[in-house]
Ligand binder design. Structure first.
Ligand SMILES: C=C(O[C@@H]1C=C(C(=O)O)C=C[C@H]1O)C(=O)O
Length: 392
């Protein structure tokens, strides 16, 4: 398999490079390759489908485009033109087990932005807005800055993240020079294959435990929680409502099912439909769905305003969408979560949690700490690093 060829060069992405980043390696689930950001392929989500369609129909066009959309619907996303694409049968790199475990605590420094107490204050503010009836759900995020002694080895991060087959691994250069987006998303925003459209929204979370009994009871607690059921229903119903006008058949919302990554338990709903128009571009569906209440809140505009008021750090590409599309407008786009933006020896990790009536500020701070765990582990740090005392 030609896969390893790309990865031999992968480490170079982390090295600060001059503008623009040409010929940068990317990875999107089972698809990897080398590509470049084409100036003609940037724009807001609702315009990208037409741009992608036109580009993919040009003579000599690539089979697919990969790209990312930011959280902000008014900000530009981009598509990458692959020069080389490798398609793998599996999302798991064969070399995944070759990277040794290591403890990087002594060599890396990290800083929570904002610190957990400030984040808990923002959650308390969101709860006031919820009680006042201004909004039903707000997803509040925070960041964790990790600094290393030398430029981070992106290939190593990717290889560690790839060990988890339950998530969609992604790694691609951002338009911001020298910045690479890397992550492992458990959440399918939307995929289209022929007439079939699927979405697997997640909302409602509990941290995985090392002890098997404690882990099972964390999962059982999540399944039994009325607060989490409500938090989940807001997302699943939103996704179904948005997809309904596009579909001639659409599955009903049933009780959510448990879904797991090594770091987290989630409630998930598989929503599947048949499109009225079999040519609906996946990017049109992505533009219609983004942002769901899984990363923004409900109602969308009120939640957006609360986020702008209560979060201190720009989200950039975090909580956006990342994926691919082909000439037929098929493809798959995942929610850009469990990710970091890496620039040389610095990485910014992102995590958020859905706030609804009944949320507790300290538990939500813990939930974001646990969600950092996916990337922390890839950096060789304990996923429990940021948890307080007894919660570790
Ligand atoms: C916002 C994030 O995750 C989202 C929020 C969840 C929740 O609040 O329970 C669960 C899964 C994701 O939809 C994140 O990981 O940063």
């Amino acid at each position: 398999m030609a896969e390893h060829k790309v990865f031999e060069n992968f480490g170079r992405v982390g090295t600060p490079t001059p503008v623009p980043q040409k010929n940068a390696p990317f990875r999107m689930g089972a698809v990897s390759g080398v590509g470049h950001v084409d100036a003609g392929l940037t724009g807001v989500a609702s315009n990208l489908a037409a741009l992608a369609g036109a580009r993919l129909r040009e003579p000599g066009a690539p089979d697919l485009l990969v790209g990312a959309l930011p959280f902000d619907r008014k900000a530009d996303g981009f598509l990458l033109v692959p020069e080389t694409v490798y398609q793998n049968d599996s999302d798991v790199l064969t070399s995944a087990s070759a990277v040794p475990e290591h403890d990087a605590r002594s060599t890396l420094s990290f800083s929570e932005v904002p610190p957990r107490a400030h984040y808990a204050d923002a959650v308390a503010q969101a709860l006031i807005a919820i009680t006042a009836g201004e909004v039903d759900k707000v997803v509040l995020a925070r960041t964790l800055d990790v600094t290393g002694p030398q430029v981070f080895d992106i290939a190593e991060l990717v290889t560690r993240l790839a060990a988890d087959a339950s998530t969609m691994l992604y790694c691609l250069p951002l338009p911001d020079p020298g910045a690479t987006l890397v992550g492992a998303s458990p959440e399918l925003l939307v995929s289209r294959s022929g007439r079939v459209v699927r979405s697997h929204p997640l909302a409602g979370s509990a941290r995985r435990r090392r002890d098997a009994d404690a882990d099972r009871s964390a999962a059982a607690g999540l399944e039994a929680s009325a607060k989490d059921a409500h938090e989940h229903a807001l997302v699943a119903e939103h996704v179904r409502d948005i997809l309904a006008p596009f579909c001639r058949k659409l599955s009903r919302i049933e009780a959510p099912k448990l879904s797991a990554t090594p770091a987290m338990w989630h409630l998930g709903s598989m929503i599947e439909g048949e499109l009225k128009d079999p040519d609906t571009p996946v990017l049109d569906l992505t533009a219609a769905l983004h942002p769901t209440p899984a990363v923004c809140g409900s109602p969308t505009n009120a939640a957006d305003a609360a986020i702008a008021r209560l979060e201190t750090e720009p989200r950039g590409f975090y909580a956006g969408a990342v994926g691919w599309t082909n000439e037929r407008g098929e493809g798959a786009w995942h929610v850009t979560i469990r990710c970091a933006v890496v620039r040389g020896a610095m990485a910014r990790l992102y995590a958020g949690a859905g706030i609804v009536a009944g949320s507790d500020p300290m538990s939500e701070a813990d939930e974001t700490a646990a969600k950092f765990g996916t990337l922390l582990a890839a950096f060789g740090l304990s996923p429990r690093l940021l948890l307080q005392g007894a919660n570790r």
